[in-house]
Design a protein around this ligand. Structure first.
Ligand SMILES: C[S@@+](CC[C@H](N)C(=O)[O-])C[C@H]1O[C@@H](n2cnc3c(N)ncnc32)[C@H](O)[C@@H]1O
Length: 200
């Protein structure tokens, strides 16, 4: 296995265990027939194969050759619209024309990198569980982001991968706040890690 991950906790990213079908279904429900999908960390391709039944084209990147080979062992059955790239998604060039990224990796430490790179190739959406780590969310990659300091109170999610609730006076709380997640930049974790996320 040729793995080139530098951060100590990146070893978590290499944990491979398939998710359950309800999780896959929540991804599939967000894919449209016109979509060109890039799955980052595709494991043995069990989700990529299902996406290929819906989307126009699917690209799948997987770093661990042994796991990928399990999914490729029945090569004849690989759908014609599914292309596989063995390798590390961090440096690997992303194909052009991708409309949606899929990142099912709860312990992902490269959320910012993947989000920025997808946006740079014109990709509009990212379906992922890597920020909230439970359910799947769709990140609108083209949406503008608020400055963390401008949010008075409520839930937030940042492109550094951080999520949380900005507290405020209890009398200001309303249940409506739980329906809104502010996409922010420059959150406290960005500052503490020296990471700078642009507002563009
Ligand atoms: C939690 S598994 C999910 C696999 C697949 N998406 C699924 O749901 O069955 C995450 C996968 O990402 C792969 N992975 C982690 N870091 C990667 C990287 N830098 N490039 C490509 N694949 C990576 C791991 O090897 C693992 O197979």
């Amino acid at each position: 296995m040729d793995v080139n991950l530098t951060q100590e906790d990146s070893v978590w990213e290499l944990m491979w265990a398939p998710y359950d079908q309800p999780t896959y279904q929540s991804v599939l429900d967000l894919i449209y027939p016109d979509d060109v999908v890039l799955e980052i960390g595709a494991g043995d391709l069990r989700l990529a194969r299902q996406i290929a039944r819906i989307a126009r084209r699917v690209y799948a990147i997987e770093i661990q050759r042994e796991i990928l080979d399990q999914g490729l062992s029945d090569r004849a059955a690989l759908p014609a619209n599914l292309t596989v790239f063995p390798g590390d998604a961090c440096p690997l060039p992303f194909p052009r024309g991708v409309s949606v990224g899929v990142l099912l990796m709860r312990h992902c430490t490269h959320f910012t990198l993947y989000a920025e790179r997808l946006k740079s190739i014109g990709c509009k959406r990212l379906i992922t569980n890597s920020r909230w780590r439970l359910g799947v969310e769709v990140v609108d990659l083209l949406a503008s982001r608020e400055s963390f300091d401008s949010v008075r109170m409520g839930w937030y999610a940042c492109w550094c991968g951080a999520v949380g609730f900005i507290p405020g006076p209890v009398e200001s709380y309303s249940a409506k706040m739980d329906q809104i997640v502010h996409e922010v930049s420059s959150c406290p974790r960005c500052s503490s890690s020296g990471q700078s996320i642009s507002l563009s």
